[in-house]
Design a protein around this ligand. Structure first.
Ligand code: NAD
Length: 490
């Protein structure tokens, strides 16, 4: 059965369909970054709410920015913006067709996007544009106004090409027309994602019009949020499973784990969907939750990604079946990462880690090591190096964390231990490879990437530990190095 509104009535038994019709919905949210995660997370919470008969005036309008979004739009438009989401537990999968998206603005038409953003019905603008999408200088952690794409938007604010240029133009149009500003809600894995988004929108406005920048800082809400649900990329494998097991032909289904979590600050001046009715936790301060999640879960992903890639392991659950990788993760989390995480209200961190261990081990999700390895230049500084810095400040050992960075360096050479070629998957891939190859003779060449490591390379404890780990990876390989670390001999 080919997915469309017209075919919804014929969906095979066992697959859930929306309890609402398209006519029941009206737009309330514009979302940038209609990828897999958004459709497995925010869109599911909304689908749950709409199914309860609530807040149906908060339907989603997708908005494309990158040229590649045109393909996503075409595919989703071809199935009336419906998405099949397959939620996978260890022993069971269930499929549901979701329909909270009602339109998708194609990339490349700034005027149409700005007009939609100015529509008073739009009360929330949300984003999942990846960690790399925020124009943050990785070493300083601060918005980089000198980025060429930002400079281009500053020079032509009426025809912006970045998300932040579009959001700013939408906010300006609303201010000029006397319409109160929408709330901007980032759902990316970035500590302080609300503040980071505010810095990007207001930072761009600083370059254009100080009064507009002041308006953004004073009047626009940017709630921080912690989001969680492991959502792999879609491949033909998923399309085939969906057709075989559920009888549905969807051009871009989403497969994800059954677990999901969303902790959010309640700062929505124009109102929001009643997310608390469908499992979202509202808190005063998201920071402790984010801290925990980014360091334990995302840091954990970064920990297993590179040794698994170097050992030619394909799926994440296969990495977790490898006793060395599993033991590496456990030792590093319990001895180095968790001890420097401040307490989180109502959470036992050791239990949280055990849940993560189980989630990573779920064989049904089909998450790939290649996905976890993506974009290390943006991920190491956010997921690993902050733990390293905290420990160094406390005078505590960093052997395991430094080994993670050394494994990443070894991975950036572009070959696994067996000599398999690893395809480049980072915006800085060429630069990383050059530095990683130079580090074969002098480890300092990699730590000299100060946009990633900042001044960490100057720390004698970190530098010595990195040199030892990298030398071991070069001389003994990944397995023997992990064994040495686990045995306390690195
Ligand atoms: P995806 O590749 O399916 O989608 C990424 C989306 O971001 C695409 O729509 C793309 O066009 C857009 N994008 C990328 N760079 C952009 C830029 N510079 N400007 C504007 N748009 C840009 O990836 P995904 O799985 O949807 O993940 C996206 C983000 O969601 C992650 O980077 C992370 O911050 C967050 N997230 C993902 C997961 C997960 O398991 N996949 C879990 C928690 C949080």
């Amino acid at each position: 059965l080919r997915l469309s509104l017209a075919s919804l009535g014929e969906v095979p038994a066992g697959v859930d369909t929306p309890f609402y019709s398209r006519d029941d919905l009206s737009a309330g949210i514009v979302h940038f970054g209609i990828g897999n995660f958004h459709r497995a997370h925010q869109a599911i919470y909304l689908d749950d709410l709409f199914n309860l008969g609530l807040d149906r005036d908060f339907a989603i309008v997708g908005a494309g920015v990158l040229p590649s979004d045109a393909l996503m739009r075409e595919r989703l438009a071809g199935q009336d913006y419906l998405t099949t989401v397959v939620e996978q537990e260890a022993g069971r999968s269930s499929a549901r067709i979701t329909g909270p998206m009602i339109d998708f603005l194609p990339p490349g038409n700034a005027a149409a996007t700005i007009e939609r953003l100015a529509d008073p019905a739009i009360r929330i603008v949300s984003l999942t544009i990846t960690e790399g999408g925020y124009f943050i200088d990785p070493a300083t952690g601060v918005f980089n106004p000198a980025h060429p794409a930002i400079a281009a938007d500053a020079a032509a604010p009426e025809a912006p090409a970045t998300v932040f240029g579009l959001i700013l133009a939408g906010l300006k149009a609303r201010r000029d027309r006397g319409i109160p500003p929408f709330t901007v809600m980032s759902c990316d894995n970035i500590p302080g994602n609300g503040e980071v988004t505010c810095n990007a929108v207001a930072g761009l406005a600083d370059l254009i019009d100080p009064a507009l920048a002041a308006h953004v800082r004073a009047n626009v809400a940017f709630p921080n949020g912690m989001v969680d649900r492991i959502t792999p990329a879609t491949t033909d494998r998923e399309r085939e499973i969906l057709l075989r097991d559920f009888g549905i032909e969807d051009t871009w289904p989403v497969f994800c784990e059954d677990f999901k979590q969303w902790v959010l600050e309640d700062h929505f001046p124009l109102g929001r969907p009643a997310f608390e009715k469908v499992g979202v936790t509202f808190v005063e301060d998201v920071a402790p939750f984010e801290h925990m999640k980014i360091r334990i879960l995302n840091g954990g992903h970064a920990t297993i990604a590179y040794p698994a890639a170097l050992m030619d392991i394909h799926f994440v659950h296969e990495a977790m079946e490898d006793p060395l990788i599993r033991a590496f993760l456990r030792k590093l989390e319990t001895e180095e990462i968790i001890p420097v995480i401040p307490p989180v209200p109502g959470v036992v961190l050791a239990d949280y880690f055990e849940l993560i261990e189980r989630r990573f081990s779920n064989p049904k999700i089909g998450d790939t090591i290649a996905r976890l390895c993506l974009d290390g230049s943006n991920r190491q500084p956010k997921f690993i190096l902050p733990s390293t810095r905290d420990r160094l400040k406390a005078g505590a050992p960093v052997t395991g964390l430094t080994l993670v960075s050394a494994l990443w360096c070894r991975y950036c050479e572009g070959t696994s231990d067996s000599g398999r070629i690893i395809a480049p998957n980072d915006e800085s891939a060429a630069r990383l490879k050059q530095a990683a190859l130079a580090a074969r003779s002098d480890f300092r060449a990699f730590l000299a990437l100060t946009d990633i490591f900042g001044t960490l390379g100057d720390d004698p404890v970190f530098a010595r530990s990195f040199a030892t780990a990298l030398e071991s990876l070069h001389s003994r390989g990944t397995k023997a190095t992990l064994e040495a670390y686990i045995g306390g001999r690195l």
